[in-house]
Write a protein that binds this ligand. Structure first.
Ligand SMILES: [Zn+2]
Ligand SMILES: [Zn+2]
Length: 529
């Protein structure tokens, strides 16, 4: 006999589009992971139906369909959780203390989110300084945008050996310990390949836990590169048994892995250019602090056209990374060409980041119905008149970065992502950043901001027919929030926390109550003696 598992959830406020501010229903029966029946006030579920259910009181929680992170480097995120977190570090002294601590525990000393602009000294550590702290172990301190890293001599020797035998056929200069551009990309992939498997599996688990804690039920995971498929397979296998819903993009020009796994998409951070922080984003005008310099264009028009042909031949959706106006101009023009050439027969392609688009590029993206995957937290961290964008681009161009409202008004479909580990997995911070954009003209309303992290991303992967809403027949996937975002001032949205996440009606995350935290703390104290 098949026993049906039925749960009756009650005492909550379920929110849906078109208006996330209103209660859509407040009780439901979940059967075999799907929403079977919903009830609201006078229109309640019949007592007889409730009788046979297990009952769960959600204690007045505000519930939404789970958040989506539509741009995450999943394995890399996990690995970034294994080393030192440098985002809170404000002096070289503190940085050295962290590196020194980490080198006592691990042979690979990783640091993440280094931002010299936040350091008192306003500079990166020198080679000599790092060697003094850590002479024998491998040190790799990645800058926040993950387009450059600071290294010590051990790492430099390792890098030089690899570089000598590579297409670069070069060596890093004697005093230099900052690697960037294509050399950085080459070395960071080599580094990932050398890491032991058990460390990678631990990393994947850490990334999953972090997603659940932040209320994320679906990720678009942009993984690996053309040189290795192993990590992508490792990650794909991990997702087969995970409750986290994942859509995998293999970051490669080679469609073999995608087609053999029946994935409908390819690409991700397939770089057309780099990043503004590392001054590798390709611009139409100079960087203000380096006259005559306009960044790196890693792929030219003919390279992108070749990729679009490959995508069309294999019926794949393509995603590419473009940040600077020059890179976006070229990418959007190529996508418009593809739409003209191949018509509507395939699912529209994606442009990732789209930080500094020209009007011409926006028009082309609209013409090709391209999906735009934005990272609102970029504005939170680097936007505004005095932020990192302004330092590199000048105020005027900085205010044109991440023009979310303009993109929406032009009719483009936007999906929110973190680009984790570039910025943390934290959709609520993403929503906060959309509503509180540093350029007031580009701020968007809360309802739309929520949809960019809840329902819109599913359109990119053709999942909106069964995800992104709480309704009959849909999975009982939902996130419980500590407060109603419509009842806090907009400057405080980022303080709202997910208190629980349910996937298919089962708890995958529950925030510890104050009592449990206290109990854990006392146990720790007792055990330490
Ligand atoms: Zn990217
Ligand atoms: Zn990325």
């Amino acid at each position: 006999m098949i026993t049906k598992k039925q749960i009756y959830f009650y005492n909550f406020s379920a929110r849906n589009l078109p208006d996330f501010s209103k209660t859509d229903f407040d009780s439901m029966i979940v059967e075999n992971g799907l929403i079977k029946e919903i009830g609201k006030y006078g229109n309640s579920i019949a007592d007889d139906n409730i009788l046979q259910c297990k009952k769960i009181d959600l204690k007045g929680a505000i519930i939404f369909p789970p958040f989506v992170d539509a741009h995450i480097h999943f394995l890399q995120t996990g690995i970034s959780l294994l080393g030192c977190q440098l985002n809170e570090v404000n002096s070289l002294k503190k940085l050295f203390a962290l590196v020194s601590e980490e080198s006592k525990i691990h042979n690979y000393v990783f640091g993440w989110n280094l931002q010299e602009s936040l350091l008192k000294e306003k500079r990166i550590p020198s080679l000599k300084e790092l060697d003094k702290i850590c002479q024998k172990k491998f040190v790799w301190l990645a800058r926040a945008d993950l387009h450059s890293a600071v290294i010590n001599t051990v790492t430099k020797n390792w890098a030089n050996k690899l570089l000598q035998n590579s297409e670069f056929n070069t060596q890093i200069n004697d005093e230099c310990n900052l690697i960037s551009g294509e050399i950085y990309n080459f070395l960071s992939f080599k580094l990932l390949n050398e890491m032991p498997q058990n460390l990678k599996k631990k990393a994947l688990k850490l990334a999953e836990e972090l997603c659940f804690k932040q209320g994320v039920g679906t990720v678009h995971a942009l993984e690996g590169n053309e040189n290795t498929q192993d990590d992508v397979i490792l990650t794909a296998n991990f997702f087969k048994t995970s409750k986290l819903n994942a859509v995998i993009y293999h970051q490669s020009e080679d469609p073999t892995l995608a087609t053999s796994n029946n994935w409908k998409q390819i690409g991700g951070c397939l770089l057309v250019d780099g990043s503004i922080g590392s001054k590798t984003a390709a611009l139409n005008e100079d960087y203000v602090d380096t006259p005559g310099y306009r960044g790196n264009l890693y792929r030219q028009t003919e390279d992108i056209i070749k990729l679009l042909r490959m995508a069309a031949d294999n019926k794949l959706q393509l995603a590419m990374h473009a940040i600077g106006d020059k890179a976006i101009d070229i990418t959007a023009a190529c996508y418009a060409w593809a739409r003209d050439t191949y018509g509507n027969s395939y699912h529209p392609h994606r442009i990732e980041h789209f930080v500094l688009p020209s009007f011409k590029a926006i028009r082309n993206a609209r013409l090709s119905s391209s999906f735009i995957c934005i990272q609102p937290a970029f504005d939170y961290y680097w936007g505004g008149e005095n932020g990192l964008y302004a330092q590199k681009l000048g105020k005027e161009r900085a205010l044109k970065c991440n023009p979310f409202k303009t993109l929406l008004n032009s009719g483009l479909i936007l999906a929110g992502g973190s680009d984790s580990p570039v910025t943390p997995i934290n959709p609520i911070l993403g929503i906060h950043s959309l509503v509180n954009h540093k350029n007031p003209d580009e701020q968007i309303d809360l309802n739309t901001a929520l949809s960019i992290f809840i329902s819109e991303p599913h359109k990119l992967t053709k999942e909106s027919g069964f995800k992104g809403f709480l309704k009959k027949g849909f999975p009982a996937d939902f996130v419980c929030l500590s407060r109603d975002p419509f009842r806090v001032s907009k400057s405080k949205i980022k303080k709202i926390c997910p208190t629980a996440l349910y996937i298919s009606g089962e708890t995958v995350y529950k925030r510890n109550s104050l009592f449990q935290k206290l109990k854990g703390f006392i146990n720790k104290l007792l055990n330490s003696n």
